[in-house]
Design a binder for this molecule. Structure first.
Ligand code: SF4
Length: 556
């Protein structure tokens, strides 16, 4: 599907593996609107059809400046396959929800197709998949360590992390005929021939891909190096040697300031899918009435890729800018004030300089992290009084101040009946590997939640996110997890997912290093949790929950 933001010959053509949604929750929309605002003509080719061998790409005109390619909001392999390499049936980013048209390796397939039709066009890869696969990485589908996407495929550069400023610079440099200067920009990764290694002697060298392939246990220090050298304000280039090429990474782009965040969110998004879905686009329904409050997460959970994509530092919008958006969109009801961790809104680092820690919260909350609970509370109060109904669906972190916000949320009934929280497990050894706070902190949180809920007599449930079969999990630990959840909450939640070894996370490196959990063991653990969950939910499901789930309760 071709979407033309204007009708003149395109300066930039963006390709995406998702249905296009003109909403800032979708990276492709942000990049499109940023470029448009700089005066460029932007076209978007969304989900070209695999059935006719992506003919739509051949029919595109050659853009004046470059092609920008993303696989979409999620890594295409993670989107398409479960950890057991079973194809998922549904796809939230496709109209109608079928996964039939989704392909694995979307990014490289599109890039090769573009290169074969437009030999000398400049190709930029970006988004989650490009960021996670820019260096050697473990791919759970092939069950192998794979080299950077750039080793075998025909793109010129990868823009890693948030790319608004870098993409503007790329467009400007190509327009000014200064393409070579692109390779000095912050936030990019590119490829050099092996013969250039002598010129890189001064740079930090990551472990060679071939060495990682023969010794997968080296993936852990290697992955930690990627995190360390990709942190905000790191000033050096790094490189990795592959069999056929060298991958060089420039220092990361600066995190966005509050002013820049406000600028991005003031761009003329329509907040709608284009074209209008014929059936249902689940990913859009999830964000239809949401407003983004901030990006970035300092949690550094080992299984999570958010900090690789959005950065460790919190980049918050001003409250005024958020209120302007609510007004502009005539929103009467908001289903979430979106941020990776709700109560990190407004948090900032005192140092504002390079720091190699991958987490600001683990193993202890850093002394340089400034979290003023009143800032988030002020946001909640202002937004709550600007709309008829506000819900908070983003998760609340319980190892940082939360009491004032939680009190306000429960008192004003703005959790939509369910408050999300992410303890992820109950076993302290696993929590340590996950880089999550210990279980005692969650127990204290639950205690405070129950007390406050009782005080305000509210019908609100605590919904914990849980990961099963994380490295070092066993059947007995899972049994204990189930018992702890029932003891604390009275039920086993639906939000249990199997651990997926997403490329380039610390947890994936641990998965390679520690004893493997077989598919059979994983299934046993899942069945144990699901069996109990089914029983308990049947027993405990209240009228309220039935009403929310839209199902009818059987009459006795
Ligand atoms: S100094 Fe502390 S708060 Fe700042 S980035 Fe490092 S860990 Fe985070």
């Amino acid at each position: 599907m071709l979407i033309k933001l204007d009708n003149s010959h395109p300066d930039v053509i963006l390709l995406t593996g998702d249905h296009y949604v003109d909403h800032p929750s979708f990276g492709i929309a942000v990049i499109a609107r940023v470029l448009q605002n700089e005066g460029y003509s932007v076209w978007i080719c969304a989900q070209p059809d695999a059935k006719d061998n992506f003919k739509e790409i051949d029919l595109l005109p050659k853009p004046n400046l470059f092609f920008g390619i993303t696989s979409g909001c999620i890594d295409s392999t993670v989107n398409l396959y479960t950890v057991n390499r079973v194809k998922r049936k549904t796809d939230a980013y496709t109209d109608g929800g079928s996964s039939l048209d989704r392909i694995r390796n979307t990014l490289t397939t599109y890039a090769n197709k573009v290169r074969s039709s437009f030999k000398d066009s400049f190709i930029v890869l970006g988004g989650v998949e490009a960021t996670l696969r820019r260096f050697a990485h473990y791919d759970f589908f092939t069950q192998k360590i794979q080299p950077s996407l750039l080793e075998n495929f025909s793109a010129d550069v990868i823009v890693y992390g948030s790319g608004e400023n870098t993409i503007k610079d790329i467009a400007k440099l190509i327009k000014e005929n200064k393409k070579d200067n692109i390779f000095d920009l912050k936030g990019i990764t590119y490829k050099l021939p092996l013969s250039h290694e002598d010129t890189l002697k001064e740079l930090k060298k990551l472990t060679d891909t071939e060495s990682l392939k023969t010794s997968p246990e080296k993936m852990l220090p290697f992955t930690e190096d990627i995190y360390k050298y990709s942190q905000p304000f790191f000033k050096e280039k790094i490189y990795q040697k592959n069999r056929k090429s060298i991958i060089v990474q420039n220092p990361p782009a600066h995190p966005l300031t509050s002013k820049e965040m406000d600028y991005v969110h003031s761009l003329p998004f329509t907040y709608l899918p284009i074209p209008k879905p014929k059936k249902m686009l689940k990913a859009f329904e999830t964000v239809r009435n949401t407003v983004i409050s901030h990006r970035g997460c300092g949690g550094g959970c080992s299984f999570c890729a958010i900090s690789l994509n959005q950065g460790k530092l919190i980049q918050s919008r001003s409250i005024d800018n958020i209120l302007e958006e609510i007004d502009k969109r005539h929103l009467k009801s908001i289903s979430d004030l979106q941020g990776p961790t709700a109560n990190l809104y407004g948090a900032r680092c005192k140092r504002e300089d390079y720091c190699q820690r991958s987490s600001c919260l683990f193993p202890q909350v850093c002394n340089n992290l400034v979290i003023d609970e009143n800032v988030y509370l002020r946001l909640l109060k202002k937004v709550n009084s600007a709309v008829k109904h506000l819900s908070i669906s983003s998760g609340i972190r319980f190892d940082i101040p939360y009491k004032k916000a939680l009190d306000f949320i429960l008192k004003n009934d703005i959790a939509g009946g369910q408050l999300k929280v992410a303890p992820e497990n109950c076993d302290d050894e696993i929590l340590d590997l996950m880089r999550k706070p210990d279980f005692k902190k969650f127990e204290h949180f639950v205690e405070f939640f129950k007390k406050t809920r009782k005080k305000y007599k509210k019908d609100i449930y605590l919904i914990p996110y849980i990961i099963s079969a994380f490295p070092t999990s066993t059947y007995n630990k899972t049994k204990k997890l189930k018992e702890d959840l029932i003891r604390l909450l009275g039920f086993v939640p639906f939000q249990i997912q199997d651990f997926t070894p997403t490329p380039t996370t610390i947890a994936t490196a641990l998965y390679l290093k520690l004893k493997k959990i077989s598919a059979k063991e994983r299934e046993k653990m899942r069945d144990l949790l699901h069996e109990k969950r089914n029983k308990t939910t049947k027993e405990k499901r209240t009228k309220h929950e039935y009403k929310k789930s839209g199902r009818k309760r059987k009459k006795k």
